[in-house]
Design a protein around this ligand. Structure first.
Ligand SMILES: NC(=O)c1ccc[n+]([C@@H]2O[C@H](COP(=O)([O-])OP(=O)(O)OC[C@H]3O[C@@H](n4cnc5c(N)ncnc54)[C@H](OP(=O)(O)O)[C@@H]3O)[C@@H](O)[C@H]2O)c1
Length: 311
């Protein structure tokens, strides 16, 4: 079923960096879409693609399916179950909520209970990729919850991303996403360390990363972080605060399941250093700058055109 031909009413809560790019794909795909954002001005540009902008959250209770993409579990709870939230309309609810924010297993389970108490099904559906990855059509979802909910959601997920993995019942998708972002933090710190080491030994960053990106260790991620590392473009894709949240979620899960996570623990404190030094308004790739400073190296943009591999 393509939403362009479907009557399903889709709601969207949270038009931040990720929410905007995801909802934009639904709107451009012809979905019958109503969006809400706390800061309404961020949602308004979606009207040019046919989306309606709701003035209040309970308006979305009239939708069949509601996506949610905000920051933390506290924020999810507020927009869904808080005063004036999605469930505050006692007369109607959506059939399905697809919750995409990166939140804890415990928060996700509480959300599921809150929704099920009102007869609403929930799919946990966090994602891998930033806004540019979404635009280039390469986002991926990892989903858990009732299989029928996944099957019902799939046509809409596919409008946003080519890949949606179903990993099982309950909150299993959350642990997959948490593991993924622990890896993101650790890999970025490691890439910062080796890039600075190579540079201090005399290799320009663009030459070093050109090799890494083509080697067996290169990845979609190392490629799309290359412009930031070479030319020091730290326009935010993902904030240090959100990365710290995810590393904390990983360490909490490690404690719960009795799994030592020494690399995650170190990386969490390095990200904390970034935040403690006030480097919160730019991309988390500033880990490179921190590493350079710790190595007595002042970084300059290399001003070399490099690809991010995203087209
Ligand atoms: N950026 C990435 O690369 C990336 C990748 C994968 C997953 N994620 C995850 O996706 C989620 C969103 O990330 P993002 O980068 O899009 O963050 P963002 O740009 O900071 O956007 C956050 C969104 O949440 C809304 N929000 C936050 N607290 C709220 C509250 N209490 N009530 C109502 N709305 C609230 C914000 O509304 P306002 O506009 O009014 O502030 C905004 O729409 C996070 O869980 C993040 O960890 C991010």
């Amino acid at each position: 079923m393509s939403a362009a031909t479907s009557d399903a009413r889709i709601g969207w809560i949270g038009i931040g960096r990720m929410g905007y790019a995801m909802a934009e794909r639904l709107a451009k795909g012809g979905a019958n879409l109503t969006v809400w954002n706390r800061t309404a001005s961020k949602a308004e540009p979606l009207a040019q693609h046919g989306a309606k902008v709701a003035a209040a959250l309970p308006e979305l209770a009239a939708c069949d399916v509601v996506f949610c993409m905000v920051s933390t579990w506290d924020d999810v709870k507020e927009v869904v179950a808080g005063p004036g939230g999605l469930l505050s309309d006692k007369t109607r609810t959506p059939k399905l909520v697809i919750e995409c924010s990166s939140i804890s297993l415990e928060g996700s389970a509480e959300l599921r209970r809150l929704l099920e108490a009102r007869g609403v099904q929930m799919l946990a559906a966090p994602v891998s990729g930033n806004a540019k990855v979404i635009k280039s059509g390469r986002l991926s979802f990892v989903c858990s919850g009732p299989r029928p909910a996944f099957d019902a959601a799939l046509p809409y997920l596919k409008m946003i991303a080519p890949a949606a993995s179903y990993v099982g019942e309950g909150e299993l998708a959350r642990i997959v996403k948490i593991c993924h972002n622990v890896f993101l933090g650790v890999v970025t710190q490691s890439l910062a360390e080796i890039t600075v080491l190579a540079q201090k030994a005399g290799v320009p960053r663009h030459a070093f990363l050109d090799f890494v990106n083509q080697s067996v260790m290169g990845s979609t991620f190392s490629r799309y972080k290359t412009p930031a590392f070479v030319n020091l473009d730290f326009k935010v894709t993902f904030t240090p605060n959100l990365l710290r949240k995810d590393l904390d979620l990983g360490l909490d899960a490690g404690r719960r399941f009795e799994v030592p996570m020494p690399l995650a623990s170190l990386t969490r404190d390095i990200v904390q250093t970034l935040i403690g030094r006030g480097m919160t308004e730019e991309d988390f790739a500033q880990l490179l700058v921190l590493q350079a400073e710790a190595s007595g190296l002042k970084l300059e943009p290399e001003n070399v055109p490099v690809s991010d591999g995203l087209g």
